[in-house]
Design a protein around this ligand. Sequence first.
Ligand code: KIV
Ligand code: ZN
Length: 520
Amino acid sequence: MADDVITIFDTTLRDGEQSPGCSMNTAEKLEVAKALVELGVDVIEAGFPIASPGDFEAVQKIAQKFGDRTVICGLARCRREDIDRAWEALKGAEKTRIHVFLATSSIHREHKLKMDKHEIVDAAVEMVKRAVDYCPDVEFSPEDAARTELDFLCEVVEKTIDAGATTVNIPDTVGYATPSQFRHVIAHLKENVSNIDKAVISAHCHNDLGLAVANSLASVEAGARQLECTINGLGERAGNAALEELVMAVRTRADYYGCRTNIKTSKLYPTSRLISHITGMQVQRNKAIVGQNAFAHEAGIHQHGMLQERTTYEIMRPQDVGFVGTNLVLGKHSGRHAFRDRVESLGYDLEDASLQQAFDDFIALADKKKEIYDADIVALIDNRLGKQPTGWKIVSLHTSAGTGAVPTATLEMRYEEDEEVRCDAATGDGPVDAVFCALERITGISARLHDYQVRSVSSGKDAQGEVSVEINVKGKLYHGRGVSTDIIDASAQAYLNALNKSLPENDQRSESVVTENVTV
Ligand code: KIV
Ligand code: ZN
């Protein structure tokens, strides 16, 4: 077995969360952190503590809760107040890291920072030392390293290692690098930085040219032993390198890379689903490793080959990544025992109350749908995952629509367990629009629909529909999701889920206070 271990540094909660519309509240971040710990990531970059009180709180809570199992990292610019704030959030936890960054490329030096090379080196060294005074595990990132002059990059890396950095991360901040060029950057550092063996070299690649994973893997060939990545490749613009792709490339081609990771690969698919569920960011069907089609063989010749010998057309098994297909599993008469076994084999570890809830949902679904697939069960469980926002609930929903008729929705709702049931009706362009208008009338929240997507969870005319929406309420984006065999009902659930998230009692997000010097 390959024994050269690659450290997996997950930045879903920091760089990933910076994706437009992907911000999460503290409860959601804690849930993601738990999944990342269970997945086996080595370092979780939990946030940027100085950016906002919400970020600070999330890093602090994640450090307190999971800092005994996984290294929890907080990001800081090369500023005293950033580093102090990062440490304030992390202190008390067992395994912590401060990640300090400062841009080094000429474009950033001249136009953004207005600092010369000496000033950059001095600031980086001083701030790495400050971080080391708090915490022995310090990472330094020369932002936009891939566009930095190589001799200057070597100087910065050497001096920050001297100052105590234990990891030097080489970011391709704007996704400009190509694989052989990036390999050369890492190889050059290995050859020309005298103290390079005192630190771990890391790669942090963005995907603007679709090369983030290729560039990260090229860095491994040259000696990088930490990879920074996000689940589903979430991240600013085109995103970061996708964790699941890196991990499975290293594992499937261990013959070539001679390395391994600590990731429990059978948790990749459930973790991908969770992140997609929480952020509302759908995974494209043909996405490598975790897309719905990733293991589907359509061509007859492939199917024939697979029946003779799986490896003719399959380099990984679906179960290696915990992939859940559409295999038929249960029906109306399957008992609780069979249900629990199935849920466990799908990678869920539910407490008794959640299992009971899932079983009740399953029985209700079995009344509407003859055949229940793995994907249906996953959708039911995901739909209940996490802390549901408090707020409005639908008591009854009625719609009417048809050619020549005015689409109308009539709704009865109550706020939490209030006695009072409020009733209202609205018309719209279609039945879904009418439902959305009626929901807004009763809740008193006015929202703008940004995105609406519906997909079928499994196959067949009676399949469940999964609706995800993104809405804008007072300038902030919220995601919602709903699942039902009736897509109008699923749409209502999704819209209400998003509206409830915007209620002040659920929305702990605060505006970022960092407005300059952050392009990450
Ligand atoms: O892309 C980037 O340069 C970053 C750094 C903070 C590592 O995210
Ligand atoms: Zn980044």
